[in-house]
Design a protein around this ligand. Structure first.
Ligand code: DAH
Length: 337
């Protein structure tokens, strides 16, 4: 009997130093396992004299259930402690500053491109697109640009092969559309164009919006009305507009369209080279030779065409003096639009 009580004492001592579930597991095996200290005491029961056996058995069982209960209590306590530790280690300090995610935004060129397109959509124009890798035929020949024209110069045009180039303007879309469709046509063609050129107002790739209208009785006054409405929507209704005679191989007559300089209000400054005017568009009545190239009856149809540079319009609208800013992707610049 003394043995049994000292077993309980031993257990109480040993259980003091348990600090983890695995140690507790070891302790359980040591006392209650198949070969454990308590279990082996129970096995000695048969060697005990019958009169002492009940008392002995009872004492062993009491110690056994005491140890069992105590192990459970210790287990609960350890689990609780581990849980608390885990919660503490997983604590999020909500006073720390958050991680900054910088958002992208629409590029000013795309923003202005969509603005231009929307103004023409509101006037009933449709949008068509053409390839950026273009045939010499569509880019030059069908537009009545002769072999010796300066625009064909190797310095301006990126050649892929003798017949294949990167388009230098969006005008070839006129030909591609007229080849497959008959008038009436009211089309704009936005897109990228390429020229071997780079300085503060030129980049090797830039954007243009081409426009044209063909029907049985299109006059120069229609061109004037459409472009004036466009300019007044895009800039402001007060913006002065001027049509100045010019030359393009694919239009006759041709014009360049100027707006009153918005940097100096027409007084004359560095930007407008003291003229008070800024050139923003090329335009004209479609040349009969162009109609012949696509098989249109030149007696029946007339039309106008125009082309504008999106970078240039964006620079004028937002007073930007260096075209390269559009392609540096400095988020501080892009955020301003
Ligand atoms: N394609 C010309 C250029 O890139 C711009 C242009 C001028 C387009 C007159 C036209 C036009 O449609 O009629 O410089």
């Amino acid at each position: 009997m003394d043995d049994i009580f000292s077993l309980k004492k031993l257990f109480l001592e040993e259980s003091q130093s348990v600090t983890s579930i695995s140690e507790l597991q070891q302790l359980r095996i040591r006392y209650l396992g198949k070969k454990g200290l308590v279990t082996s005491k129970l096995k000695t029961l048969s060697s005990i004299s019958p009169e002492l056996r009940p008392e002995f058995g009872k004492a062993v069982n009491e110690v056994k259930s005491f140890i069992d209960d105590d192990l459970k209590k210790i287990e609960d306590r350890l689990k609780e402690e581990e849980h608390k530790k885990r919660i503490l280690s997983e604590t999020i300090d909500i006073t720390l500053p958050g991680k900054f995610v910088s958002f992208g935004r629409e590029h000013p060129i795309n923003k202005v491109l969509y603005e231009i397109v929307n103004i023409f959509l509101s006037m009933g124009f449709e949008v068509e697109e053409g390839p950026e890798v273009e045939l010499d035929y569509y880019n030059f020949e069908a537009l009545n640009i002769p072999k010796d024209h300066p625009a064909r110069d190797m310095q301006d045009t990126f050649y892929i092969s003798d017949d294949v180039i990167l388009r230098t303007h969006t005008s070839p879309v006129q030909i591609r559309v007229m080849e497959k469709r008959n008038p009436p046509l009211k089309v704009i063609a936005p897109g990228k164009v390429y020229r071997c050129d780079a300085d503060i107002s030129h980049t090797p790739m830039f954007h243009q919006v081409e426009g044209f209208m063909v029907d049985t009785d299109i006059a120069f006054s229609d061109l004037k009305g459409v472009l004036e409405l466009f300019i007044h929507s895009f800039f402001s209704v007060e913006t002065p507009v001027r049509f100045r005679p010019s030359y393009f191989p694919f239009t006759e007559p041709s014009a360049e369209i100027d707006i009153g300089c918005n940097f100096c209000s027409g007084k004359g400054c560095r930007v407008c080279k003291n003229t008070g005017w800024l050139e923003i568009l090329g335009a004209g009545m479609i040349h009969p030779k162009v109609f012949e190239m696509v098989g249109y009856d030149t007696e029946l149809y007339t039309g106008f065409a125009f082309g504008m540079g999106v970078e240039r319009l964006t620079m004028l609208k937002y007073s930007i003096d260096d075209i390269r800013l559009f392609f540096e992707n400095d988020i501080r610049f892009l955020r301003q639009f």
